[in-house]
Design a protein around this ligand. Structure first.
Ligand code: 13P
Length: 284
């Protein structure tokens, strides 16, 4: 199969009460682990990169690897660009083959956020791909994007409705209390707010900061219209902890395959766990 647009994947998910998980990867092995696990689960999949990962691996390498994965897999796979405010890079990613993008203009005032997002949504329509955008500010750390706890801001439901209408985006990420990175305590998700947003907005909703959220909270989010869950930190953590453990036990080893094989397995375990939580197993 070719890489697919995530529009129908996410619409199906919202309609049928489950979520697709979008996994951020940082190395080829992490991407392979995510794809292998999704295939075992017969689950639709969104592979996701930050801008930092595009710069680190190179756009052509990322797209070639994802296309190869899609061609070899028997599940639908979309390739998504996470949190990007750089128009040039968005267009380059679309031209190179990304099938889903997030324009993050949430640092701008409301009207300017609408203008910038609409501009990207119009272009994405030509490419027939998904466009995601955010309102409010998700706290925490995601690559170069750092939002301090005191600057995190929950999305206003009336603004959410107007934003989605005016921009024409096909998926929407309202800030509802989750955070990027590791939580210090339990996440404090504002469910009444999510419920109201879900009533006002009918496009699939996206949950950022999907690491470390208890299963019951994930299920409740999904029941309230969340159809895409982003997971990055837990994969990075599993991959790195496995490598650290390996070297603690094998300090003189120097064949990368020796430590990357168990690291891939550690990533696969998390992917399967998250897919179970999201309810997307067997949906491909
Ligand atoms: P976590 O790093 O908390 O899993 O969040 C991922 C994310 O939201 C990517 O946009």
């Amino acid at each position: 199969m070719e890489l697919v647009s995530s529009v129908s994947m996410l619409n199906e998910a919202r309609k049928n009460g489950y979520a697709v998980v979008a996994f951020n990867f940082h190395t080829l092995e992490m991407m392979q682990a995510v794809v292998e696990a999704a295939e075992e689960c017969r689950s639709p999949l969104i592979l996701q990169t930050t801008v930092g990962t595009v710069k680190h691996l190179g756009l052509d390498y990322v797209v070639s690897a994802a296309k190869t994965a899609a061609q070899n897999a028997r599940i639908p796979i979309a390739l998504h660009l996470d949190h990007c405010h750089d128009f040039d890079l968005i267009v380059r990613c679309l031209r190179a083959g990304y099938t889903s993008i997030m324009i993050d203009a949430s640092m701008h005032p409301f009207q300017e956020n609408i203008q910038r997002t609409k501009w990207v949504a119009d272009i994405a329509k030509i490419f027939q791909v998904n466009v995601e955008a955010e309102l409010g500010k998700v706290g925490g750390v995601e690559d170069d994007l750092v939002v301090k706890d005191e600057d995190a801001l929950l999305a206003n439901p009336a603004e959410c409705e107007e934003f989605v209408k005016q921009t024409g985006i096909t998926s929407f990420a309202p800030a509802i209390g989750t955070a990027h990175g590791l939580y210090k305590g339990e996440p404090k998700i504002d469910f009444p707010r999510l419920e109201e947003i879900s009533r006002r907005v009918d496009v699939p909703l996206v949950l950022h900061g999907g690491s470390g959220i208890p299963v019951q909270q994930i299920k409740q989010c999904v029941s309230l219209g969340v159809a895409k869950i982003n997971v990055a930190t837990e994969l990075k953590n599993a991959f790195s902890e496995s490598i650290k453990d390996f070297f603690a036990q094998n300090p003189t080893e120097f064949d990368p395959r020796k430590y990357l094989i168990p690291a891939k397995e550690a990533v696969k375990k998390i992917v399967i766990q998250k897919m179970e939580m999201a309810g997307c197993i067997g949906r491909a």
